[in-house]
Design a protein around this ligand. Structure first.
Ligand code: HAM
Length: 459
């Protein structure tokens, strides 16, 4: 019984006592159901990610949605911590819904997978939770499709991340996109040269990420031991973004004799060089003042943007200290997460991707009560041949069966009446070509296989 708004009242039978229970019909604010019309697109994106796991050698893992709060408190950064779902269990343990997956994956590498040969490549598809203000592309529950490589400091590992993301976007059908790249190693080296501690560097970078450049500069000024570094930091923050190699040159000149920063910049140059075989140069823009919200990044960072949307479709970077922070060996790491929920919204709204539910290819229609057994047998043969098949549990006339098959989007309706049951046949009608054939029961498998080849879909 609908009683207005989005609330519904249902009658529950508990121990013979009928109770009226008030149940909200929507999930919690900012969280979404994925409905039949949306699922095929969601699945296509997830399957693309899984295909890339196989193609690039990433082994898929799954971790629990709920983790100990401390896992994220260690090094995720204020921005994420202040948006986390945190709660206590019955024993008073502080738990959290995972806001991201890099920390849980680093937990695995520190513990259960610590003996794996390097590099360790791990992939995941996981729902994550953040108390963000819901808006276009920003939800409180969203999917990450992620790739992490542990045990290599080489720029080829960083470059691989960009190449995979590029491969994903091309396969997902995103046409107009670019990568924003940066290197917090450069900013960190400048700050280290001025004696600024790591925690303070994290705070400066978090402010930069939020675009609060003046506050970041004043924090640098407050903690810096020399004014030259303050000046250099500000210049980097203000440096206009531009095409990879050109901007690298400009920044290199500006860094002058500051060798540690120049080495970090050289690392970025090498990464850009390595990807330039796979990614069109116009898709790469270097932002010298770029920082990301998570505080575990130590080097190369990047985000992907689609045209017409100013929020990232995904991002990542290098985080060399995370595993040792969790008590493991000093294992470097680099990786990224694709924001699958946001990508889905993007390709629906900006690329015109169409939604629609999975439809059966064959719809089996018993035309009389006594043929239901035959219908079951025929349905099994269609499925054995790999054809998605729905069996109508009720009996309808032939014309009503055709109507129902059409409404469900089926291509073939398979009708079995008394006549077919007696002869041991089925009548198969192609709803597109409007032709009809009769098959013997022992031919169904072979004929169904041939149909599948003809129409080219199935499972
Ligand atoms: P992140 O930038 O926080 O990085 O999230 C990655 C992507 O997830 C974002 O670029 C965005 O597409 C999507 N995303 C984030 N928040 C939301 C939201 N509220 N609603 C919808 N989509 C969202 C990470 O989480 C890092 N763990 C990535 C990484 C992996 N770095 C290294 N390895």
């Amino acid at each position: 019984m609908v009683l207005g708004g989005r609330l519904f009242y249902i009658v529950a039978d508990s121990l013979q006592q009928r109770q009226l229970v008030r149940v909200p019909l929507s999930p919690p604010r900012g969280m979404d159901d994925i409905l039949p019309d949306e699922f095929p697109l969601h699945r296509r994106l997830v399957e693309t990610v899984r295909l890339l796991f196989r193609l690039y050698g990433y082994r898929e893992v799954e971790t629990p949605t709920v983790e100990y709060y401390e896992l994220f408190a260690a090094k995720s950064g204020e921005e994420i911590l202040s948006h986390m779902y945190v709660f206590k269990d019955a024993h008073g343990r502080q738990l959290a819904l995972r806001p991201e997956m890099t920390a849980p994956i680093a937990r695995l590498v520190t513990g259960k997978l610590s003996k794996s040969p390097h590099p360790i490549r791990l992939g995941y598809v996981a729902d994550c939770y953040r108390l963000d203000e819901p808006q276009w592309g920003r939800r409180r529950r969203f999917y990450h499709g992620g790739f992490e490589i542990f045990g290599s400091k080489e720029p080829a590992a960083d470059a691989e991340c960009l190449v995979i993301f590029n491969d994903f976007l091309a396969r997902a059908g995103v046409k107009d996109y670019f990568f924003k790249v940066g290197h917090v190693g450069v900013q960190r080296a400048v700050m280290t040269s001025a004696g600024i501690k790591e925690e303070d560097q994290d705070r400066v970078l978090a402010l930069l990420d939020k675009g609060r450049v003046e506050e970041a500069e004043s924090l640098v000024r407050q903690h810096a031991g020399n004014s030259e570094a303050v000046q250099l930091f500000s210049e980097l923050a203000a440096h206009p973004p531009g095409p990879g190699f050109k901007t690298l040159e400009e920044v290199r000149e500006r860094l002058g004799q500051l060798e540690p920063a120049a080495r970090e910049l050289e690392n970025l140059r090498r990464i850009i060089e390595l990807v330039s075989q796979n990614i069109e140069p116009s898709r790469l823009k270097y932002y010298p003042g770029f920082a990301r919200g998570l505080s575990y990044y130590t080097g190369f960072i990047f985000e992907a943007y689609g045209s017409g949307a100013d929020i990232a479709l995904g991002g990542g970077g290098r985080y060399d200290g995370l595993v040792s922070l969790f008590g493991g060996e000093d294992i470097p790491g680099v990786g990224f997460a694709i924001g699958l929920t946001r990508v889905m919204q993007y390709i629906m709204d900006k690329e015109g991707a169409e939604l629609g539910p999975d439809t059966p290819l064959a719809y089996i229609a018993p035309l009389a009560e006594e043929v239901i057994g035959h219908a079951f047998k025929a349905a099994s043969e269609f499925r054995r041949a790999g054809i998605p098949t729905e069996l109508e549990p009720s009996v309808y006339s032939a014309s009503e069966s055709i109507r129902r098959a059409e409404r469900r989007g089926a291509r073939f309706v398979v009708m079995i009446g008394r006549r077919e049951a007696e002869k041991g046949t089925v009548t198969v009608r192609d709803l597109v070509e409007r032709v009809q054939e009769e098959w013997r029961a022992d031919e169904i498998y072979g004929q169904a296989k041939a149909l599948l080849e003809k129409v080219g879909v199935g499972v």
